[in-house]
Design a binder for this molecule. Structure first.
Ligand code: WT7
Length: 653
């Protein structure tokens, strides 16, 4: 078994046989207590999904007007809970208060510098109402798109729920994206306003946000208003009439803002993610089905109870922060820890200090973070009492068995079930995961489908694969949380997800299902990279490089990286400039400027030619091998040997 710490490869999970049954005392109290109970529920939903979701939708969301049809499926377009009227902000706030959680903390906030705030459901409700009125005062209306580019503060959640309250469609842009990326997203969505902050805290430094937005707004003609939260007290430039301080708008706004009854299928948000082409896709989620999926999956997967303290370390710039910081936990009435900053600031025990301080019981993070903790050493963990923990979750990429075992032993004290959750921006919420009281875990496997999820692994021949045969991961039946489309691009939606395997949703991952019915995700089928759990398109990085005047052609591939999972390696052909170290640094900065820090290449290698097939396709597999150091190519900084290597391996492609 090739078990080197670091990248998960097919080798590392192919022979994993260890099985960890749920602890008996956990199962006894769990929502779903046994494999039999899970299987019975899964079978019931699979046999008649519409009947199950009709009842669940009716019972678990608030309805201003009841729906008249549970599912309208005109493949590949789904409408759920047709004719009903609800509001996600109502489900997260008003409904919780009505159920007696008004004084319960909704958010326990820990700022990076150590400032803290407890915000109860009633307090959050008032903030959201005020902010919704602030948006209205600027003329923002139902259906308008609003970009959000903020640090991970409670105000980010307030901004999202404020939009949802009046039916404005939010588009959260992660704080690591560049001005160019913000402008692209503003323009694609036709955003009328953007919400930001002066800056955010990152390892003790102020990360400027308003300045980046100013830059983006030079190229965002649809954006008329910019709301600015003062988080750090950085000096900012000001455009009178366009820019508004958050606190001024809030001071003038009333606390009374009834939630707008919205159509079940009213757009709730757009979230941009990378695909296999250069242009990010605006994944569209709508109100009722998404909200229900986020709530149900949160309750199932984390076995959430009213007295739990839940902490998801994701930023709201990603789908995990949408579904499992905001909409899922709040519509389940959970108490959520939000932490603003870096895991190693001021010390490498910050996360464990927070777990101890708030007595976190449900903890959800990413494999890339776990790998960093392992590297930093157990002493940072051992300083703290982690006995409050009950369930540990991971998301974003596969977790290699070694990291899984460390999480299980060192963080979980061998007592906490680990839920390895597979899902995507497109799926809206978790699709594959152990239920912690019911399904025994195998390190590295996301185990089994949640009720309502019918996975099928399909081979290149279009046939369903047998046990242990790898193939494309697809989903056979629509589910309430599924994406409703790509903003403004119906054709691309059909093409990307529904054309290669007729009648099924194509996830874009490879997978195999073992003889026990456990699923193992084996990496992407396309040229999408997964860097620290974030999706990046190779073509997007290549386009950014080619936009630099010195570059003739570029190819980007992933290579294994101990902490990030994958690192970005690029091969660059220059027009005529000399391949200097200075130029290498300049190109890294250029990608950073075009896309953002998260896409900055780790390695840049200059080359005189790129290996191509006869039809002119870059031979990525070969480049991946070279980037991973698998090929003996001599001095890899100049790869003149490419043409030879390429012709040797041309038949492979
Ligand atoms: C892609 C989706 C889901 C929120 C964060 C990422 C990979 C995600 C797992 C997992 C193996 C995983 C897949 C997927 N992925 N979770 N538990 N095991 N792979 O969302 O940016 O939409 O990326 O992340 O490749 O397709 P995303």
């Amino acid at each position: 078994m090739a078990d080197a710490k670091g990248i998960r490869s097919i080798d590392t999970v192919m022979h994993e046989e260890r099985l960890f049954p749920p602890p008996a005392e956990f199962s006894a109290k769990a929502r779903i207590k046994s494999l039999e109970e899970y299987e019975a529920l899964w079978n019931q939903v699979a046999a008649d999904p519409v009947a199950y979701w009709e009842k669940t939708g009716r019972d678990e969301l608030h309805w201003f007007e009841p729906f008249t049809q549970t599912l309208d499926w005109q493949e590949p377009f789904a409408k759920w809970f047709v004719g009903g009227k609800t509001n996600a902000s109502y489900n997260c706030l008003d409904k919780q208060i009505a159920e007696g959680r008004g004084d319960k903390p909704a958010i326990l906030f820990e700022g990076e510098p150590g400032d803290t705030r407890t915000i109860t459901y009633t307090e959050l409700y008032k903030l959201v109402c005020k902010f919704a009125n602030a948006l209205k005062s600027l003329g923002v209306e139902q259906g308008d798109r609003v970009s959000i580019y903020m640090p991970m503060t409670p105000e980010l959640v307030v901004a999202m729920l404020g939009c949802a309250r009046i039916g404005a469609v939010h588009s959260v842009i992660f704080g690591g994206f560049s001005a160019e990326a913000i402008a692209d997203r503003n323009n694609d969505a036709g955003a009328v306003a953007i919400i930001t902050a002066d800056a955010g805290w990152r390892r003790g430094k102020a990360l400027p946000l308003k300045a980046t937005v100013d830059e983006a707004l030079k190229k965002s003609p649809t954006v008329k208003h910019c709301i600015v939260l003062q988080r750090v007290n950085e000096a900012v430039e000001w455009t009178e009439g366009r820019d508004h301080w958050w606190r001024h708008l809030m001071a003038d706004a009333s606390e009374d803002c009834p939630a707008t009854p919205l159509d079940s299928e009213a757009p709730l948000f757009i979230l941009y993610t990378s695909g296999s082409t250069g242009k990010p896709k605006g994944i569209l989620h709508t109100t009722a089905g998404y909200n229900l999926w986020a709530k149900k999956t949160f309750e199932w997967v984390f076995d959430h109870r009213d007295d739990d303290v839940y902490w998801c370390t994701a930023d709201c710039g990603w789908i995990t922060g949408h579904s499992y910081v905001t909409y899922g936990p709040l519509s389940a009435g959970a108490t959520c820890v939000i932490y603003e900053g870096a895991p190693d600031y001021p010390e490498k025990d910050r996360f464990w200090e927070i777990v101890e301080k708030y007595k976190v019981s449900l903890f959800y993070t990413a494999p890339t973070a776990i790998r960093a903790f392992i590297k930093w050493g157990d002493e940072h963990v051992e300083k703290h009492d982690l006995s409050s923990l009950r369930v540990l979750g991971t998301v974003g990429e596969g977790i290699n068995p070694q990291a899984w075992m460390w999480y299980h032993e060192t963080i979980g004290g061998e007592r906490c079930p680990i839920v390895d959750t597979w899902w995507q921006t497109e799926t809206g919420g978790i699709m594959m995961s152990p239920l912690p009281g019911a399904i025994a875990t195998k390190p590295g496997s996301c185990t089994k489908p949640l009720p309502g999820v019918i996975p099928k692994i399909i081979g290149e021949d279009g046939e369903e694969c047998g046990p242990d045969q790898g193939g494309m991961f697809t989903i056979a039946h629509p589910w309430p949380g599924m994406l409703r489309g790509i903003w403004g691009d119906e054709e691309r939606y059909k093409d990307v997800y529904w054309s290669k395997v007729p009648g099924k949703y194509l996830a874009g991952d490879n997978s195999r299902c073992d003889r026990d019915g456990y699923y193992w995700i084996m990496g992407r089928i396309d040229d999408v990279l997964n860097v620290s759990g974030h999706r990046l398109s190779t073509i997007e990085i290549e386009s950014a490089l080619v936009s630099h005047p010195a570059v003739a052609e570029a190819a980007a591939v992933g290579r294994p990286h101990e902490l990030k999972g994958e690192a970005v390696a690029v091969f660059v052909m220059l027009k005529s400039a000399a391949p200097t170290e200075a130029l290498r640094q300049e190109l890294k900065q250029h990608v950073r400027k075009e896309i953002g820090a998260l896409a900055q290449p780790d390695d840049i290698r200059f080359t005189n030619s790129l290996p191509k097939t006869r039809s002119g396709k870059i031979m990525r597999r070969l480049l991946r091998d070279i980037a991973a150091g698998k090929e003996a190519v001599g001095d890899t900084s100049t790869l003149e040997d490419y043409s030879v290597l390429a012709s040797l391996r041309q038949d492979e492609e």
